[in-house]
Design a protein around this ligand. Structure first.
Ligand code: 5GP
Length: 195
């Protein structure tokens, strides 16, 4: 998605540990017009997939999931990162290794909001080693929900997550794929836009 690539080129900042910061338009301050276009693009890609729910993990996935859900006119659900007591006992849980904080954390979703009648589109801001996506896939499996695919804003294509998920047969659609990055250079993978 050219609009997203242009913004990353202009405002993205590369930090040690292969971290790309996009705080000025996606991860801290949020550009609502760009977010609308992202939601619309995910809708274009998955509109015939029978999606009943958009799924993500708090916190940075929430804005993306919300705008995407608006385009689909379906609810979105976000996995909570703490095992919060007020979710009750009927929960699905999984464990995710955090790329940015380098530690494991639990994710939890109430069984009230995901079940075998759902077809899910998972969305997130970044795809690196695929651990967040795998945690959400695990929860969908526990719920018996069908997964239409995974919509990612920025995939770091030099890390293994995207390839591993696609090798498993999961449909992964990334709006921008970075093949290499350093503090003075970013290379995007040229990809034919999916229909
Ligand atoms: P993964 O689970 O695929 O290894 O990492 C994806 C998660 O880690 C995303 O939910 C995202 O929040 C965070 N993440 C991974 N790489 C980056 C990065 O380069 N920049 C930012 N801002 N977040 C990242």
């Amino acid at each position: 998605m050219k609009e997203l690539e242009d913004r990353i080129r202009k405002e993205g900042r590369v930090f040690p540990g292969n971290i790309l910061k996009v705080d000025s338009f996606l991860n801290h301050q949020v550009d609502i017009k760009l977010l609308d276009d992202i939601g619309n693009e995910f809708y274009r890609l998955y509109k015939f997939a029978g999606v009943t729910k958009i799924l993500t993990i708090e916190a940075s996935g929430i804005a993306i999931a919300s705008m995407t859900a608006y385009h689909f006119q379906v609810p979105f659900v976000f996995a909570k990162k703490a095992h919060s007591a007020n979710l009750g006992k009927n929960v699905y849980t999984s464990t995710v290794h955090s790329y940015t904080y380098n530690k494991d954390y639990p994710i939890t979703i109430s069984q009230d909001y995901l079940n075998e009648r759902d077809t899910v589109l998972i969305v997130d801001d970044f795809l690196a080693n695929g651990k967040a996506a795998e945690g959400l896939l695990d929860i969908c499996k526990q719920a018996g929900a069908k997964v239409a695919g995974i919509g990612i804003c920025v995939e770091k294509g030099f890390q293994t997550g995207g390839k591993e998920l696609r090798d498993k047969g999961v449909r992964v659609t990334s709006l921008a794929i970075i093949d290499s990055m350093s503090d003075h250079d970013l290379t995007f993978r040229s990809h034919v836009t999916e229909q």
